[in-house]
Ligand binder design. Sequence first.
Ligand code: CDP
Ligand code: MG
Length: 735
Amino acid sequence: MSILAKKIPLFNSPAKSSKPHPKKKKPAYVEVNSDDNLNGRKKRPLTGNTNATNYTKQPQAQSTPPRKKQRLANALDVLQEQRRQLPIAKGKEALVREIREHDVTVLLGETGSGKTTQIPQYLLEAGLADSGMIGITQPRKVAAISLAQRVSSEQGTPLGGLVGYAVRFDDVCGPDTRIRYMTDGMLTQELLGDPLLSRYKVIIVDEAHERTLRTDLLLANLKRILKARNGGTDGKGKRKEGNPLKVVIMSATLDAEKFSDFFYNAKIIYVKGRQHPVKIHHCVQGQTDYVDAAMRTFFQIHVDQPPGDVLIFLPGQEDIESLQKSIERLANQLPPNHSTVLVVPIYAALQTNATKAISIPAPRGVRKCILATNIAETSITIPGVRYVIDTGKSKENRFLTGSAGGGFETLLTRDITKSSAMQRAGRAGREGPGYCYRLYTEEAFTAMAPTAEPEILRCNLTQSILQLLCLGQDIQELDLMDAPDVDTVSSALRTLFILGALDSHRELTPIGRKMAAFPLNPVHARALIASKEHACTAEVLDIISVLEASSTLFVDVADKRTAIADARRKFIHPAGDHLTVLNASRAYQAVGGSDEDEKVDKISRSARKEWALAHFVNERTLREAASIRKQLQQRCDREGIDWRVSCGEREEPVLLSLAYGLSQNTALITPDGSYKQTIGQAVVKIHPSSSMADVKVPAIMYDELVYTNQIYARGVSSINKSFFATIGALNRREA
Ligand code: CDP
Ligand code: MG
């Protein structure tokens, strides 16, 4: 342990023990736990039959051998026992009764009490969704997928049968699906085709405390839908016959009044969880390098403390990947008398199959170390955690409106809120007393903001406003919990106008309607539509599929930049990053000789992996891009765009189509070699990771601006100055 021994330990005197959750003050809450009766009513005995069914289960395959059948049955028994042990199980009947009696219910409960996995099953088993579906929204895709996996195994049915999920570009639901886990974005997208969400009997808005933009828009729309389907939610309106909707709002934090007020004093129910005391240690000094500090703290725990898994909260994927590498490297150097370390990462961009590893317990003598973003705060409960290391940081999307328009979106690493800090600490006390090591001082904790600002107050609204306009809704007239900033709304409207989605009377154009049909960043949707006219859809589709993936394509390791440049030289395109992306994507598709994902056999699969490693490109991005491309091809078919049309070797049509989308993201060179925005005032530099970093061209377009010590443009291509005139005139004409 020479590396660690040299460093000063971060934590010396253990701080006083404290419970991570604030004292509940709410006498108004109805508590549901083992000893409570709801509303003073006598609790009826539970039937004990959590498996009561009034739906048909998927039959087990006939050919399952008896021993395997027995194993499956045993596994199901274990799961059923786990279900019965959850804090929420004792209140099952009372909960179902309350939800049955009210149109809207607000359900609060500590993380891990069983809200997300159990409530949909209870409602299904009680027959509340006999003639429709139960939809449960999640702010994050990974959570939706992993929850659907868990609940389908609890039901003993294959994923996509009785229980399924829907996230952008991936819908695993079938004709028998009754419980549908999905992202809040998917459900808002569904509004476009079904404004009353009539195929749902129950909609559960989960993790409502996160107040994502889409959750807020959904809540506003649910209020409208309740009026239309139920005839008013205040109980005074005349009930309509037909297809009433039930709404359940679920939250892990105790800020329920606002939701209740919004839905005309909806009933609040509180589910008590199991929370053991957590001893919190603060750092004596603030830490500058939180990844290094997390690594040192982990090894202090690993070497000195009794068994128990460690959960480390980090802001994002890059930090997770770099910490994983250093922990694995150092763990290998430990003397053999120390237990093995198993590092398990979890973040939003992770592939479906990778999420299973988090809930599988580590074998004896192995310490699991889970590296997570704020997804593990409340969305996903991870069993076995005894130690939490909290870096105190998270990534937050923020839209900065420039005074002269333009504006740009940034993903900033920021200090978390008090509420997040308490949730993070709480993850250590799920199964027994735990420990939380905060890599910040007690003063820093005291100075944290109490809760996060709703996303609607800090995000780019362009795509949402476009969707709302398709529904005939004006964001400024919508009944929202918090109204967005006027500047942000005007900036989004201006963008939509420049993209040709709106005319000068703020009316939606046919192009705008078409753009909304694609679940894409409007900038990419616009480029895709333009590609039809310029006969280069095959190329544009390839490029935007990569840009829409959740991680970047090119790996950037600062100390390997020369090797990286050498390896990638063959796909660098002189026109810049977009065509370089196209070249890389095509080169990858050519490995193994087939571009259809499922046709790629095992040999080509490993060949592709090797190819990606050798060229420092992120294979995960390319695989995700392939699936996005396939989904977009289907959309193109529906929208009458032939995605096979290619412009061959010609680059002009591709750049021009992209420029339709990026016309706001353009800049002209200045005498000192930096670039000045054409819309907006900012002076930007080309990011060192760009293929254009060392060349000077008269004009550029870029995917995004990132703000560090200065403003950098990323995803840069050179464009012909004459494009500006063409695009401006065309957009005006089409609008
Ligand atoms: O929503 P809430 O935080 O109240 O709890 P939940 O997500 O329904 O989780 C209840 C329990 O199910 C957790 O304690 C986990 O042990 C288990 N679970 C799991 O094993 N795998 C998942 N993907 C989700 C939950
Ligand atoms: Mg939950």
